[in-house]
Design a protein around this ligand. Structure first.
Ligand code: ADP
Length: 630
């Protein structure tokens, strides 16, 4: 017999804080606790089935998979039992006493801005599911026994106030009982009809039967009868025509923990080289984890309805990581390790097929439900865009999904690559873009002057990711993509300025020597109104990228003195400078004007001056001179 040793332990500090919030806030919707517990129970059964693939002993001849809800009205308790994997002392401390999961940290960060109304959803979202039971219980007792280890039974108990106790226990069968001592105001969960309603609503599709002893009355005699209260059909295996929207929505909320309906459902059976069932969802909300970057993604992978992996990254490219769902492929081998499975070539083929279908669905949504697509795009477009760099094969299709701002497109409206190319006037052969922090920051940039003059459109790319993906996306429909602030434009706009170049050469040579920050001073063909601008060599780092690098704390990786100062030969300031230089190349005004023109170009590209005081001083000196003369 097990020793009755009991020990008191403290929750890890963040957990105490979370429990405090859970127990002391009032919720509009406490029902989600049951969804969380049933989902944990179902996961525990998935796990033991998975273990059993290679080790039959863990089953202990108990394969009658089920989750059972039991009510004890006198004691005021609701018990959720499963015959899943169970926990021993170590794993129960690890799982129910510690918060080591990154999701929970994210939860804590989000709590700061969350309104109390959305807390239950947040709880689900970040996998603090079990603790949500403290919304309805003032004490929780967990009795668990690990699969294949009859001596491992353990009891965990807590009132959610910062401490829990652990003691050895006895349990006849494998699995876990979660006993909730219900709070006074949560006694409705002692009613079987209430539980049935909640299970139907949130957990109907759970693969295993959720059973309960329902009260019945026959011939005036009261009794109970065990009843299965969920339909337990794996939704992805059902025929599309038989599934209601509500069922899809509930299922989506369960697997994603999003609390809004998805924007799109993708449900089909793939055939050909292998058979597989796909049920995927395009969310309407940006999933929280996208913000946190390093989260796992990919659909749940089932093989013959046994859950193999929560996130199978081999089935989805990173740029579609906002897509949630399930893929079931009966032809995959069950009894290999997950690592080996990830390399199975079948997965690559399924992935290809799934990607095609997702892109097709997005294209249809854009075509037929533009407003909905716009909402989706505003939330997830920047992630989708990464595909231009990641997915060579589908890059044009991905490009066609992008909604783009441009100088010829009204603010708040969008153009596309297709429209851009279609509207290119005669003489324009390439696609131009300019990157920056925001439309307002770049739409009046000097680089755009020649384009505006010619009526050529320029795409205004303002997502940080643009800087990283556009260099990989070099052409669309055989038209080269070019940054408007890089390289030379002479050949593009067909001007011959050889003579002018000769005239200005001595001035530019002097300026280059005086201005340490630039590697070259040259004649500009892109300026119409402004006297100067700074450009980069084609393929070199631009001003926007430099600012991003600075924000990322990588200033030391920015190449120094690589920029080119371009001057507008038609501008009176440049012409005056040319005159002064012609009279006396050593006139201090040459350097003075040159520095001002350089600083103006820095301001115009949206960067910060290295020495703003010097700039103001020079300008003021000029103003004073002007004032004296007049
Ligand atoms: P999540 O389910 O999101 O991981 P929970 O707080 O709900 O977070 O549960 C924490 C962990 O406790 C689970 O990951 C699981 O390992 C364990 N656990 C919870 N309920 C059970 C159960 N019924 N059987 C076995 N393990 C469980």
């Amino acid at each position: 017999m097990a020793k009755a040793t009991a020990s008191k332990r403290k929750f890890k500090s963040e957990l105490t804080e979370i429990l405090n919030i859970i127990t002391h806030s009032l919720y509009s919707n406490t029902e989600v606790f049951l969804r969380e517990l049933i989902s944990n129970a179902s996961d525990a059964i998935d796990k033991v089935r998975f273990e059993g693939l290679n080790n039959d002993a863990v089953f202990e001849e108990n394969k009658d998979w089920q989750v059972k809800l039991s009510i004890d009205k006198e004691a005021g308790t609701l018990t959720v039992s499963d015959n899943g994997i169970g926990m021993n002392k170590d794993s129960i401390i690890e799982n129910l006493g510690t918060i080591a999961k990154s999701g929970t940290k994210a939860f804590m960060e989000n709590l700061k801005d969350a309104k109390s109304k959305s807390l239950p959803e947040l709880i689900g979202q970040f996998g603090v599911g079990f603790y949500s039971a403290f919304m309805v219980a003032d004490k929780i007792t967990v009795i668990s026994r690990m699969a294949g280890d009859p001596a491992s039974a353990v009891q965990w108990e807590s009132d959610g106030q910062g401490e829990y106790t652990i003691r050895d226990a006895e349990k006849e069968t494998r699995g876990t009982d979660i006993i909730l001592h219900l709070k006074e105001d949560a006694k409705e969960y002692l009613e079987d009809f209430k539980l049935k309603q909640v299970v139907k609503e949130y957990s109907d599709f759970i693969e295993y039967p959720v059973v309960m002893d329902m009260e019945i009355e026959e011939d005036g005699l009261k009794g109970t009868q065990e009843e299965v209260i969920n339909s337990q059909i794996a939704l992805w295996l059902r025929d599309k025509s038989e599934v209601e929207d509500d069922e899809y929505n509930n299922f989506y909320k369960q697997i994603s923990s999003d609390f809004q309906d998805p924007a799109k459902v993708i449900h089909y059976m793939g055939e050909g080289y292998t058979e597989f069932n796909v049920l995927m969802f395009i969310p309407s909300n940006r999933p929280f984890e996208l913000q946190f970057g390093d989260q796992k993604f990919g659909p749940r992978l089932y093989i013959k309805r046994v859950l193999i992996m929560d996130h199978c990254e081999a089935l989805l490219p990173p740029y579609l990581r906002f897509v949630k769902g399930v893929i079931d492929c009966p032809d995959l081998p069950l009894n290999v390790s997950r690592e080996i499975l990830q390399d199975n070539p079948l997965l690559g083929r399924i992935k290809k097929n799934v990607v095609k279908n997702i892109l097709k669905t997005l294209a249809e949504m854009k075509e037929n439900e533009y407003d909905k697509y716009l909402e989706f795009y505003n939330q997830m477009g920047d992630v989708l865009k990464e595909g231009l760099a990641q997915d060579f094969e589908n890059r044009e299709q991905i490009a066609d999904l992008l909604l783009l701002q441009s100088i010829n497109t009204e603010k708040g409206k969008y153009t596309t690559f297709v429209d851009y190319v279609e509207n290119m006037p005669e003489g324009q052969t390439d696609i131009y873009y300019l990157t920056g922090e925001s439309r307002s920051q770049i739409e009046n940039a000097p680089y755009l002057e020649i384009f505006k003059d010619k009526g050529w459109d320029v795409l205004l790319m303002t997502d940080p990711v643009d800087e990283f993906v556009l260099p990989h996306f070099q052409e669309y429909k055989e038209k080269a993509l070019k940054a408007a602030d890089k390289g030379e434009l002479e050949s593009d706009i067909e001007v011959d300025n050889t003579e002018q170049k000769q005239q200005f050469l001595p001035l530019f040579e002097t300026l280059r020597k005086k201005l340490d920050e630039v590697k070259e001073v040259r004649l500009s063909t892109r300026l119409k109104d402004s006297p100067s601008c700074l450009v980069s060599e084609e393929g070199a780092m631009g001003a926007h990228m430099e600012r991003i690098m600075q924000q990322l704390g990588k200033a030391d990786e920015i190449p120094q003195d690589e920029r080119i100062l371009e001057l507008n030969p038609e501008h009176p300031v440049v012409q005056t400078l040319q005159r002064i230089h012609g009279l006396n190349a050593d006139d201090p005004k040459v350097e003075n004007y040159g520095k001002i023109l350089y600083d103006q170009a820095v301001i115009a590209e949206g960067s910060a001056l290295k020495d703003p005081a010097d700039f103001t001083k020079r300008i003021n000196e000029m103003l004073i001179r002007d004032a004296i003369q007049s």
